[in-house]
Ligand binder design. Structure first.
Ligand code: 2HA
Ligand code: ZN
Length: 269
């Protein structure tokens, strides 16, 4: 049977839980629906939608539809009752509010990180010529642990990741951004993240977790998975004692072989 867009969303939520990235109500996911997706789900829309105002306007997202996880909801429970734990919203014509068209039953609201999700969608949409549809926030242990071992510097982080697993430079040749510790769930951290997500497909939140984006669920999940794996390898190698690593000229060889352009600001050759 064909997997619907809601099925794919639910599967990603649970996949993240199985990885151990969603303790309690940690993490959240949003997906921008395209025309085809909307046709698939519009039969589910309620007649009288709940309307909610937001603390800021999202001018470029007016009229866009998003599947989102619910505030305070556990990723672990999403497959048991999608209509209670996730929902579909449509940003209204002012860009300053939204209507809940499906799900988030019993008065539930979208994720507490909605400002960061929507701002990331807005920025990434432009940066990828409309390709980016998924924004994913997770709390993987190794990425978070790694953020305690370095300054909050995107170059330092990106070089560590590129050097920790050969695949990394190919998967994120532009690097990975990092935002220093800030209070989550607020407009300030949303703006700081959006500034970096313009350049990087993923941004680490120091001492907290990561935001990863992608044109589909596989790409966004795979990106976070790759960064988490590289972080794990780095921490293991560091505790065993690093005696050598992938060199910059090897990174360049890799970039040539896989036809990607590494961010020149992060190279030292
Ligand atoms: O609980 O992950 O950042 C949701 C979060 C907040
Ligand atoms: Zn979080």
């Amino acid at each position: 049977m064909k997997e619907t867009v809601i099925d794919k969303f639910v599967r990603m939520c649970y996949d993240g839980f199985l990885q151990g990235w969603h303790e309690r109500n940690g993490g959240n996911l949003s997906y921008r629906l395209d025309e085809e997706d909307i046709k698939e789900v519009e039969k589910l829309f309620v007649k009288e939608a709940r309307h909610i105002e937001m603390p800021m306007a999202f001018e470029d997202l007016k009229g866009k539809y998003f599947l989102v996880t619910g505030s305070g909801k556990y990723m672990r429970n999403v497959p048991l009752a999608p209509e209670k734990n996730i929902g579909i919203i449509r940003i209204d014509d002012t860009g300053n509010g939204y209507d809940i068209l499906w799900g988030l039953e019993d008065g539930a609201k979208p994720t507490s990180e909605l400002p960061t999700h929507l701002l990331n969608h807005q920025v990434r949409y432009k940066a990828t010529c409309g390709n980016c549809k998924v924004v994913y926030h997770a709390h993987p242990a190794n990425i978070t642990a790694l953020s305690y071992t370095i300054e909050a510097d995107s170059k330092i982080l990106s070089r560590i990741l590129w050097q920790s697993e050969t695949e990394c430079a190919v998967v994120f040749p532009e690097g990975v951004g990092i935002v220093d510790w800030m209070v989550p769930g607020q407009v300030g951290i949303a703006r700081a993240t959006a500034k970096l997500i313009e350049k990087y497909s993923a941004v680490v939140w120091a001492f907290h977790g990561i935001f990863g984006t992608g044109f589909d669920f596989d790409e966004a999940f795979g990106l976070v998975h790759t960064i988490e794996k590289a972080s794990e390898i780095y921490l293991k190698a560091k505790s065993a004692g690093i005696v050598r690593t992938i060199t910059d000229s090897q990174l360049l060889e890799l970039a040539e072989a896989f036809n990607v352009k590494l961010n020149p600001e992060f190279l030292e050759v």
